[in-house]
Design a protein around this ligand. Structure first.
Ligand SMILES: *Cc1c(COP(=O)(O)O)cnc(C)c1O
Length: 439
């Protein structure tokens, strides 16, 4: 498989190159030159297959001739070391819990797969500069990437995050580790952090000194494995109900997760509809309504991992759906206030004794809203992605609910450690100077 830059379709590279570069030299995001179609019989037989086999089959065509099947299976086995349970909340609505990995958010899957691929290719290379992984995080990418790349030889990780805009546990998960993991606390928003990273990618002086890559969801290697759990959920539902139709609601920020869902659909997974549920940062909701893409300044909300007003991955979605009306038919987008988010967290706890995190809560609200407009058939199953463990956002959840969150030892371990971040202003030159002097 070759990957093209979305800014220039003639610029084509291998998976390895797309993985190492992150972003094409012309700033374009990489995208496979075609989307492989799975055979109907594969979809039909999903119910009989194991997760690792399914994952290997799905991703195999994207890595053809670059990583052999045996090695790929090993990488996948190392990536999928935890479970992806579907919990029924009520009335054919399910929570797909994606937080059972080491840093308790869905990003563990993409980050781990990416680091395993990187390690695989690095083993074969002899001479290369230090690899510098630059990451902007709205909270959870930082933890997932630090965990996946911690203490790997010849790799340095620099994480930029918006000061005071992420939760304590999120911050501690990557700012306390040390070794090859560096945390920069930027006095600005997530979009500011993302812009600093994008600038660094194009900086000739920096590129002379390091091999710079990214581990954000702009990296195709992080995005592809996120298709897995759409297939797993489909399999699990089909094992229970043969004739159901499935709708996914995805709490969205940078729109990587939902882009992976659309890819899964385009490969042949029967997904009836996808809902991009967001907080007040509602650029895509407005885009689908008016056809005009007009990001406003980013607002801080309870669901801070989604405080993004200019989602990078939307370009990929627009590339898949060149026709605006087809896109609107397959994907809806609703947005919700902090007030509704809190209200639904309380309600769901009261009625079903299930604890939503603020992101999952928005996913749940998206499904409810969709079903309000489009009546649910008896065989419709709604699945919202519960993207993080509620403990990661416990400061934002009312105390009487918070006290019921099961808290593992892993968490206290992080919370007790001292943060070692460097505070920087939102200024490219101070950021560059820090890099050159410290990495
Ligand atoms: C990153 C993140 C999101 C947003 O995912 P995107 O792929 O950027 O849309 C949602 N919820 C949580 C908890 C996250 O960490």
């Amino acid at each position: 498989m070759l990957y093209k830059s979305l800014n220039n379709f003639k610029h084509r590279v291998s998976f390895e190159e797309a993985l190492f570069k992150g972003l094409a030299p012309d700033k374009g995001l990489y995208f496979p030159v075609y989307i492989p179609k799975l055979k109907n019989i594969f979809i039909k037989n999903l119910i009989f297959k194991k997760k690792k086999t399914i994952a290997t089959e799905i991703i195999k065509p994207f890595l053809k001739n670059e990583i052999n099947e045996k090695k790929l299976f090993k990488i996948i086995s190392d990536t999928l070391k935890f479970s992806f349970p579907l919990k029924e909340i009520n009335d054919n609505i399910y929570s797909l819990e994606l937080f059972h990995g080491p840093t308790m958010a869905f990003k563990d899957i993409g980050a781990k797969f990416m680091s395993n691929c990187l390690k695989h290719f690095l083993k074969k290379k002899k001479n290369y500069n230090t690899i510098l992984i630059l990451v902007a995080t709205s909270g959870d990418t930082g933890g997932a990437v630090s965990n996946a790349f911690y203490d790997i030889e010849n790799i340095k990780v620099v994480i930029l995050y918006p000061s005071k805009k992420i939760s304590k546990l999120q911050e501690k998960q990557f700012s306390t580790l040390g070794k090859n993991i560096n945390a920069l606390e930027i006095q600005g928003s997530f979009d500011d952090c993302q812009n600093l990273v994008k600038k660094a990618f194009l900086d000739k002086n920096l590129k002379k000194k390091y091999f710079i890559t990214s581990a954000n969801s702009i990296n195709i290697a992080r995005l592809l494995p996120q298709m897995f759990y759409y297939f797993f959920s489909y399999r699990n539902i089909k094992r229970k109900y043969n004739n159901s139709e499935i709708i996914f609601s995805i709490p969205s920020g940078n729109f990587g997760n939902i882009c992976a869902g659309i890819l899964a659909y385009k490969m042949g997974l029967p997904i009836k509809h996808l809902i991009a549920s967001t907080n007040q940062n509602n650029t895509i909701h407005r885009f689908l309504k008016t056809g005009k893409y007009k990001p406003y300044p980013t607002l801080s909300t309870l669901s801070n991992a989604m405080d993004i007003s200019d989602p990078s991955n939307f370009i990929r979605i627009k590339h898949i759906y060149k026709n605006f009306f087809f896109l609107k038919k397959k994907m809806s987008s609703y947005y919700f206030s902090d007030e509704s988010t809190l209200k639904i967290i309380k309600n769901i706890w009261k009625k079903y004794k299930y604890i939503l995190d603020p992101h999952g809560a928005i996913g749940y609200l998206g499904l409810k809203k969709y079903f309000y407009f489009y009546k649910k058939n008896y065989n419709t199953i709604g699945i919202f992605l519960e993207t993080a463990h509620p403990i990661k956002f416990s400061e934002k959840i009312p105390k009487y609910i918070r006290n019921n969150i099961f808290c593992s030892k892993k968490i206290n371990f992080f919370l007790k450690k001292k943060k070692k971040s460097i505070l920087l202003s939102n200024n490219y030159f101070s950021f560059k100077k820090w890099l050159l002097n410290n990495i």
